[in-house]
Every structure is written in C-alpha cells, then in structure tokens.
Design a protein around this ligand. Structure first.
Ligand code: FES
Length: 161
C-alpha cells in the first residue's frame, strides 16, 4: 500500500503550536502530530526534528520507542480489541477473528480504502467490561461478534454511500 500524501501545512500548523528549539517538547509534538495525521509519517518526523533542532535519528528513536506512536498509515477509524487476560477468557480472540474475517485484514492492518484499522491491546484496566472493544476511543463493553458487526457496519456503509 502506498503511503497517503501528507499535507505539510497540517504539519506546520501543529509545529507552530510549539516553540522552536524546545527539545523537551518532543513527545508532546509527536502526540500532536499523530492526533492530526493519525500516524507519524517520515516527513512529519523530519519536520519535527528541524523545528525542535534535534537530529532526525533522535526523533525517530523516540517515535519507535513508544508503542503508542504509529509510523504506518492508519485508517479513519480505529477498532481496538482488548486481548488482556480477562477479555481473552471472555471471548476476545473470537471477536478479533470475526472482525478480521469481516474486514478481510489482519490485526495491525488497515482496509485498502483507509477506512478502518484493527489493532489489539493488552488490558486497558476496564476488565469488568470485557470483552472490550474500543472504537475511536470509545469503550464498548460486553462485546459479541454480532454487536461488533453492527457497530462497524454504519462506518462501512457511510463510506460506500
Ligand atoms: S483484560 Fe481487557 S480491559 Fe483488562
């Protein structure tokens, strides 16, 4: 899959919110860039390095160190299945399998139309809600494959409409 074109004015807009040369702001800058672009493309990392007066390698190192940063393009919507122990024993693997089958992608992947990314996480501390799916940051507890399909269907429908 080719990486989508990045609108560098959006990168500049994010960087403008942080003082030039403020190296201590690196993690905040990366968070803000990811919030804007949904992932951290190489061009954005290089722009951040220049803005903060850091070496490219230093910025890449931090971006690859934290699992919360994503260097590959992600979809407009993020569906995360919790695979922690409590969710696992309540059927999370079946949920993930049905989602992967439904969308035709594997966990960590994004649909070819860049609509949905499927990810997994190991416990977000809401075990009582398990099995848990997080769709675009919203916790959806006591999930079943049927409920998950219903949750995702309107997103897919909106895209094809
Ligand atoms: S195991 Fe899923 S929230 Fe804890």
């Amino acid at each position: 899959m080719n990486a989508p074109q990045i609108d560098l004015t959006r990168v500049d807009g994010v960087l403008a919110r942080h003082p030039k040369g403020d190296r201590s702001a690196l993690v905040d800058v990366l968070h803000d860039l990811q919030a804007e672009l949904r992932y951290l493309p190489e061009a954005a990392l290089k722009a951040a390095a220049k803005h903060l007066e850091l070496a490219d390698a230093a910025v890449f190192e931090v971006a690859t160190f934290y699992t919360g940063f994503h260097l590959a393009p992600r979809g407009e919507h993020i569906c995360t299945v919790c695979m922690g122990t409590a969710c696992h024993v309540r059927g999370a693997p079946r949920l993930l399998e049905s989602l992967e089958r439904d969308l035709g992608i594997k966990s960590g992947g994004t649909t070819p139309d860049m609509l949905l990314t499927v990810e997994q996480v190991n416990c977000v501390g809401a075990c009582a809600l398990g099995p848990l799916v997080i769709l675009d940051g919203e916790y959806q507890g006591n999930m079943t494959s049927a409920k998950l399909q219903k949750l995702v269907a309107p997103i897919r429908k909106a895209k094809t409409a």
